[in-house]
Every structure is written in structure tokens, then in C-alpha cells.
Design a protein around this ligand. Structure first.
Ligand SMILES: C[S@@+](CC[C@H](N)C(=O)[O-])C[C@H]1O[C@@H](n2cnc3c(N)ncnc32)[C@H](O)[C@@H]1O
Length: 192
């Protein structure tokens, strides 16, 4: 399938025509995938948790999360302003904080989020080591990162700043063509 939403080899931002195609195909084909991932996130998210979705793209994971768990406080960032524009229109009826930003320079205070989530984005990040320390910085000490991505994602680099708690195969509707790893990590314990 030539125009499959995840079938692209270029790295970094997905912009312009690519973002329009991605938005259209994601809306058409990927909703069951987002629903499955949102259910997994929802099953462990504390009540009222502040959740950041990095590389949110068209924002459809946030849409599923809002439907499953209206108590969550949702924020989404993407390096591509075009994607943030698609997300703003897809989430126009919801209260979600959406901003254009690079994961390597997150526009948030330290200790802001209970959960950082990200789907099929981390394999695009230009500087995963800086991304990892930024994620650690914005996570509360008891917070967690949940990253759903392909095997080639920089999981090992993410472990440099975060303590891995698990890395498992994730079963979802598109698993056959999008073999997905569920990677969970926490900020490491700080010495007293
Ligand atoms: C394959 S899309 C995934 C979008 C969405 N999470 C999903 O599951 O449909 C990858 C997204 O990551 C974004 N991205 C790439 N590099 C990024 C970075 N350094 N910081 C933030 N977002 C980034 C791209 O612009 C794109 O929207």
C-alpha cells in the first residue's frame, strides 16, 4: 500500500502534502489502532492525570483518549505546524492544549506531566538523547513514558535518561503490517 500512513522513509517533520495525506489516511484507517492504544493508556492513567502526546500528528490518539477518559488533561505537540493545524481541526470540539514544538526542546516547566505518551513518532526524532532528557525533565518523579513504536525506534537511547520498566510486543488491529513495541519507562530514582 503505497500511501500507508506509516510507509515513509524520510525523517523528522511530516509537513505540507505529506501531512494532508497522513491526516486523511489516519482518519480513514487508523481509528481502531488509536482506540486500542488509548484503552491501554487509560487502563493505567491516574485520575485527572496530565498527559502529553509527543508527535501527535493529526491528534487522533488524543481524540480517543478524551472519549475514553474525559478526566484527563490533554496536551499535544508536534514539530510540524501543519500537523498541529490538522489536530486543531480534528479536536476543535475538545479542550486540548496543542502546540508546535520539538521533543528536543519541550515548552513546559519541569515536573509537569503524569504521563508522556507517543505513537509511531520516536523513530523520526533527530536527537533522541536530548529528547530522552527533555521527557525526563517534564515528567513528575512518579510519572511514566509510554512509547508505542516500531522495533527500529531509539528505545535503547531513551533508556540513557529514563529507567526502562518494560518492552513488549503490542497487539493491535494493525499489528500484522505495523509490528508495534510497547515501551514503558520512568524517571530514574534520584539519590537522597
Ligand atoms: C508517523 S507520525 C505519527 C503521528 C501520530 N502520533 C500517529 O500515531 O498517527 C510522526 C509524527 O512525529 C512528528 N515528529 C517528527 N519529529 C519530531 C520531533 N523532533 N518533535 C516532535 N514531533 C516530531 C512528525 O511531524 C509526525 O507528525
Amino acid at each position: 500500500m503505497h500511501d500507508h500512513p506509516h510507509n515513509h522513509s524520510h525523517g523528522g517533520a511530516i509537513e505540507g502534502r505529506h501531512s494532508r495525506v497522513y491526516n486523511r489516511l489516519a482518519r480513514l484507517l487508523m481509528r481502531p489502532q488509536y482506540r486500542r492504544i488509548a484503552a491501554d493508556i487509560a487502563s493505567s492513567a491516574p485520575h485527572g492525570a496530565a498527559v502529553l502526546d509527543i508527535g501527535t500528528g493529526p491528534g487522533l490518539l488524543l481524540r480517543s483518549l478524551a472519549a475514553t477518559r474525559p478526566d484527563l488533561r490533554l496536551t499535544g505537540i508536534d514539530i510540524a505546524q501543519d500537523m498541529i493545524d490538522h489536530a486543531s481541526s480534528n479536536l476543535a470540539d475538545l479542550r486540548v492544549d496543542l502546540r508546535a514544538a520539538d521533543v528536543a526542546s519541550l515548552p513546559f516547566e519541569d515536573d509537569t506531566f503524569d504521563l508522556v505518551v507517543t505513537t509511531y513518532s520516536s523513530h523520526h526524532w533527530g536527537d533522541p538523547a536530548t529528547a530522552a532528557s527533555e521527557i525526563r525533565r517534564v515528567l513528575r518523579p512518579e510519572g511514566r513514558l509510554l512509547n508505542y513504536d516500531f522495533e527500529r525506534a531509539p528505545f535503547t537511547t531513551l533508556e540513557t535518561a529514563l529507567a526502562q520498566t518494560s518492552r513488549t510486543n503490542f497487539r493491535a488491529p494493525w499489528s500484522l503490517v505495523m509490528k508495534t513495541i510497547r515501551f514503558e519507562a520512568r524517571p530514574p530514582m534520584t539519590e537522597q
